[in-house]
Design a protein around this ligand. Structure first.
Ligand code: HEM
Length: 220
């Protein structure tokens, strides 16, 4: 039992750490995408830099992909472990009495975000890989803005993005604030940290919704 608890604490810690890393990625991803609303030239410049810089492509991108896959696999492992623990528990599991709806449904909100990532990779990453490594094109550092905007012509796709961002919000509302608890942070700053995480969990997904909606309406 002690061993199981220990390993489950370690798993939660690893889950929290990978989640915090993804939260950092989201902040930079949001900032870069926000420039597409403010200045297409700036968006093109940053995208070109990110797409051609050796450190970003050969080191940071593989770390990011590892972080996403790790978080997803650990989430599944923890969910199964929690379900088994609940099934065996002598004290009946009390559902809504001792946990929030969001905390009990992390696996589902996470699954929607994962499905979104599938669509998102299909939209942006697959064409980018094809452009770079399969097709042959003359160098064009101004292509990124047009490629992004073309993805928000369809109301269905824009709608799917918006719904996914609402699920991202639900996922972050519980995940980001509980990550500090999972890492054992419990001090006079805890309440301030909790408020910051709630603010982040609401503002960043709303910001992504704004970007998607902006390009959709701008395309009309
Ligand atoms: C309106 C919202 C969003 C827009 C316009 C957008 C745009 C983009 C673009 C243009 C790329 C391609 C970068 C490249 O060329 O490699 C990309 C990649 C990516 N996006 Fe988004 N994104 C949005 C929201 C999100 C969200 C909410 C997530 C996570 C939940 C996310 C996760 C990723 C990941 C993991 C990649 C691959 C990163 C990489 O290039 O290595 N995106 N996105």
């Amino acid at each position: 039992m002690g061993g199981l608890l220990k390993s489950s604490v370690a798993k939660k810690f690893a889950m929290a750490l990978s989640g915090l890393f993804l939260v950092l990625f989201l902040a930079q991803h949001f900032t870069i995408n926000l420039t597409s609303v403010i200045s297409p030239d700036t968006f093109n410049e940053i995208s070109h830099f990110m797409g051609t810089n050796f450190v970003v492509q050969a080191i940071l991108q593989p770390i990011l992909i590892f972080g996403v896959v790790f978080h997803f696999i650990m989430g599944f492992v923890l969910e199964i472990q929690n379900r088994n623990a609940r099934a065996k528990s002598y004290v009946s599991y009390n559902g809504s009495a001792n946990s929030s709806w969001m905390s009990r449904n992390m696996i589902y909100s996470g699954a929607v975000v994962l499905a979104f990532l599938g669509l998102h990779f299909y939209d942006f990453w697959v064409p980018e890989l094809a452009h770079k490594y399969i097709e042959s094109h003359p160098e064009d550092a101004t292509r990124y803005y047009g490629e992004l905007v073309s993805k928000f012509v369809s109301p269905v796709r824009t709608g799917l993005y918006v719904v996914s961002f609402v699920f991202l919000m639900l996922h972050l509302l519980h995940g980001f604030s509980s990550s500090f608890q999972s890492m054992g942070v419990n001090n006079k700053y805890s309440e301030g940290i909790r408020k910051f995480t709630v603010g982040y969990a609401i503002i960043i997904p709303l910001g992504f919704i704004f970007i998607a909606a902006f390009h959709y309406f701008n395309n009309l």
